[in-house]
Design a protein around this ligand. Structure first.
Ligand code: ADP
Length: 579
C-alpha cells in the first residue's frame, strides 16, 4: 500500500515533466512539418514554371521553324533560307532539353516520348546538313521546303501534345500548390493546437495543485494557531509551573501563574535567565528518550527550591521553542533536611564519648595547671610561674571552646538556604571534627586539598560539612569492620577539574560489596547493625549534592572505596572577572 502510494506520488511528480517533453516534441514536429511543406510548395511552383516553360519553348520553336519553311517555300530567297537554317538549328537544340535537362525531366511521360524526339533530331540533323546545298543549289527549292514542313508536322503534333500534357499536369501541380498555399498550416496548426492545449491543461493542473497546496498550508496554519491557543489555555490553567523558553536566546516567552509565583512575575527578572541556564546545563535524557530536569534553584533571596520537571520542544507563535514543566519538590527536600538533622544528632550522640574524651584532655591539663599554680603561689618567682600556668589554662580553654564550637555548629538545624562559601575551610572543619575518632581508631587522615583557599562553591555549608563527615565516618566504620585492612589511611582530596571541583574520600578498607553498590544511594540501604546506621547517609548526601547542582559517584578502587563529589565552582565576582 505504502509502495503504491509512493509510486502514485512519484508518478504525479513525473507527469508534468513528461507533458513538457511531449509539448516540446510537438512544437519541434510542427516546425519541421511547416518547413517541409514550404519546401514542397516551392518545388511545385518551380516545377510548374520551369517544366511548362521548356515544353512551351520547344513548341514555339517548332511553330517558328514551320513558319520559316512555309515563308521560304513561297519566296526562297537567301534571307528566308538563312532564317530556315537558323530555326532548324534552334529547334534541334531545343529537343534534347525536353528529355535531357532537369526541367524537361519534370514533364509527364517524357520517357516514352524520348525515342520519338531523338528520331526527329536525326531528321533535323539531315535537314541542317542539307541546308548549304539547298542555299547554293539551283534545283527548285519549294518542293524540298514543303516536304521538310510535312516531315516535321508529326513533330509539331508531338510537341503540341507534350505542351498540352504539360499544361494539364501543371494544372494539377498548380492545384496542389494552391491547396498547399491556401491551407499551408492545417497540420501544423492542428499540432500547434494540440501542443498548446496540452500546455494549457498542464498549467491548469499545476494551478489547481498549487491552489490545493495553498489550501492545505492555510488549513495547517489554522490548525497550528488553534493548537497554540489550546496549548496556551492548558499552560495557563495548569497547577504546575509551566513556561515557554526560547533556548537560542535563553529568554522566557511565556509563564503561567504558578511559574510567576514560583520564580518571579516579570519575564525580565534575572532569576529567569539563571533558571534557564541551570536547566539547560542540567537537562538529562530519560529512559523513554524525554528530557528530564532535576535541579536546585537558589532564588535571589537565597531560598533554594528543589525542582523536578521536564522539557519538550513546541511550536510557539510560529517559532520552535521549549515548554518547561516544573514541580516544586521543596517539601520533600524539607523532609530530607529533617532527616539530615536527625542523622547529624545521631552522629553527635554516637560521637559523644569521643567528644567527652576530647574535652577531658584540656580539662585535665587545666586542672594540673591550676594545681601547679597553687603550689607556686608561695615561691619567690610566683608571679612569673603563675602567669605561665594561666597562659596554659587559656590555651586549653580555647581548645575546649573549639571542640564545643564544632559540636554546636554540627548540631545546628540546616537552613536550606544557598550562599557562596569557601570549600577548603569547610573540608578542614569536617576533617577536624572526626580527627579525634580517627586518632582513637588508629586511622591516618591524609588531606590533599589542591584548591585555592578562597575557592567558593554555592550551597549550604553546614550540609556539605555533614556530607563529608558522613563519608569519613563510613570509611572509619569500614576499617572497624575489617580490622586487618592495611594501611589504615583515608584520603580527603580536592582538586579542580574542567570548571568543576572534585572532592574525593578514598579509603583502603576493602571496598563496597556488589549488592550494596547496586543500591548504595537508595535510602535504608545499610550493612551496619541496628542502631549503628540507618542507611540514610549516602541517600541524603546525594540530595544535598544535587541541590548544589553537583553529582556524587561511588567506585571501588584497588583496596577500598572512593566516593567522589563533582561540584560546580561558584561564579563569585572574582571568578567572573577572571573569566
Ligand atoms: P549507613 O552508614 O547508615 O549504613 P550510608 O548510606 O552512609 O548509611 O551507607 C550505606 C552502606 O554503604 C553502608 O552500610 C556500607 O555498607 C556501605 N558503605 C558506605 N561507605 C563505605 C565504605 N567507605 N566502604 C565500605 N562500605 C561502605
Amino acid at each position: 500500500m505504502i509502495f503504491l502510494s509512493h509510486n502514485l506520488r512519484a508518478g504525479w511528480r513525473a507527469w508534468p515533466t513528461a507533458l513538457c517533453a511531449v509539448t516540446f516534441s510537438l512544437f519541434v514536429a510542427t516546425a519541421l512539418l511547416y518547413i517541409s511543406e514550404r519546401k514542397e510548395q516551392a518545388l511545385l511552383s518551380e516545377s510548374v514554371t520551369t517544366s511548362g516553360w521548356v515544353a512551351y519553348q520547344a513548341q514555339l520553336e517548332y511553330v517558328k521553324t514551320d513558319d520559316a519553311l512555309k515563308r521560304a517555300a513561297l519566296r526562297p530567297d537567301a534571307e528566308a533560307l538563312a532564317d530556315v537554317g537558323l530555326r532548324l538549328e534552334i529547334l534541334r537544340s531545343r529537343l534534347p532539353l525536353l528529355y535531357g535537362s532537369e526541367d524537361g525531366r519534370m514533364l509527364p511521360e517524357i520517357d516514352a516520348l524520348t525515342p520519338v524526339l531523338q528520331r526527329f533530331e536525326i531528321v533535323l540533323d539531315g535537314m541542317i546538313d542539307a541546308m548549304p546545298a539547298l542555299e547554293s543549289g539551283s534545283a527548285p527549292k519549294e518542293p524540298i521546303l514543303k516536304a521538310w514542313s510535312s516531315a516535321l508536322a508529326p513533330l509539331g503534333r508531338e510537341l503540341q501534345s507534350v505542351l498540352m500534357a504539360s499544361v494539364a499536369y501543371n494544372n494539377n501541380l498548380f492545384e496542389r500548390e494552391r491547396s498547399l498555399s491556401e491551407q499551408p498550416t492545417l497540420v501544423p496548426l492542428a499540432l500547434l493546437f494540440l501542443s498548446g492545449s496540452t500546455l494549457i491543461i498542464l498549467m491548469l493542473t499545476r494551478a489547481r495543485r498549487d491552489r490545493e497546496h495553498l489550501r492545505a498550508v492555510e488549513a495547517a496554519r489554522r490548525a497550528v494557531t488553534e493548537m497554540e491557543r489550546n496549548l496556551r489555555g492548558v499552560v495557563q490553567a495548569a497547577p504546575s509551573a509551566m513556561l515557554v523558553v526560547d533556548p537560542a536566546e535563553r529568554a522566557v516567552r511565556f509563564i503561567n501563574p504558578a511559574a510567576a509565583e514560583m520564580v518571579h512575575p516579570s519575564l525580565d527578572h534575572p532569576d529567569w535567565t539563571r533558571l534557564i541556564d541551570t536547566s539547560l546545563e542540567e537537562v538529562q535524557i530519560g529512559d523513554d528518550g524525554g528530557m528530564i530536569l532535576r535541579i536546585a534553584f537558589a532564588k535571589s533571596g537565597g531560598d533554594v527550591v528543589s525542582l523536578r520537571g521536564s522539557l519538550c520542544p513546541v511550536m510557539w507563535e510560529g517559532r520552535p521553542q521549549m515548554l518547561m514543566v516544573l514541580i516544586d519538590n521543596s517539601r520533600t527536600r524539607d523532609a530530607d533536611l529533617q532527616l539530615i538533622q536527625a542523622a547529624k544528632l545521631a552522629t553527635l550522640g554516637e560521637m559523644a564519648t569521643a567528644i567527652a574524651h576530647e574535652l577531658n584532655q584540656p580539662l585535665a591539663v587545666i586542672r594540673m595547671a591550676v594545681a601547679n599554680a597553687h603550689r607556686h603561689l608561695d615561691a619567690a618567682d610566683a608571679r612569673e610561674a603563675v602567669a605561665a600556668k594561666l597562659d596554659r589554662v587559656t590555651t586549653q580553654v580555647n581548645r575546649a571552646k573549639r571542640i564545643i564550637d564544632q559540636v554546636r555548629r554540627y548540631g545546628r538545624q540546616p537552613s536550606g538556604k544557598a550562599a557562596t562559601f569557601a570549600l577548603r575551610p569547610t573540608l578542614e572543619l569536617a576533617a577536624g571534627f572526626v580527627a579525634e575518632q580517627y586518632r582513637a581508631c588508629g586511622i591516618r587522615l591524609a588531606l590533599q586539598l589542591d584548591v585555592p583557599a578562597d575557592l567558593a562553591i554555592l550551597g549550604d555549608r553546614d550540609l556539605l560539612e555533614h556530607v563529608i563527615v558522613n563519608l569519613l565516618i563510613n570509611a572509619r566504620d569500614a576499617f572497624e569492620q575489617r580490622a586487618m585492612a592495611r594501611p589504615r589511611t583515608v584520603w580527603l582530596r580536592a582538586r579542580l577539574h574542567d570548571q568543576k571541583v572534585l572532592v574525593e574520600v578514598e579509603d583502603m578498607a576493602g571496598g563496597i560489596s556488589e549488592e550494596v553498590m547496586a543500591h548504595l544511594f537508595e535510602p535504608f540501604s545499610t550493612t551496619k547493625p541496628a542502631g549503628a546506621g540507618a542507611g540514610l547517609g549516602l541517600s541524603l548526601a546525594r540530595s544535598v549534592v544535587r541541590d548544589m547542582n553537583g553529582h556524587i559517584v561511588a567506585e571501588n578502587m584497588r583496596n577500598g572505596a572512593c566516593i567522589t563529589l563533582l561540584l560546580p565552582v561558584a561564579r563569585t565576582p572574582a571568578t567572573r572577572e577572571a573569566a
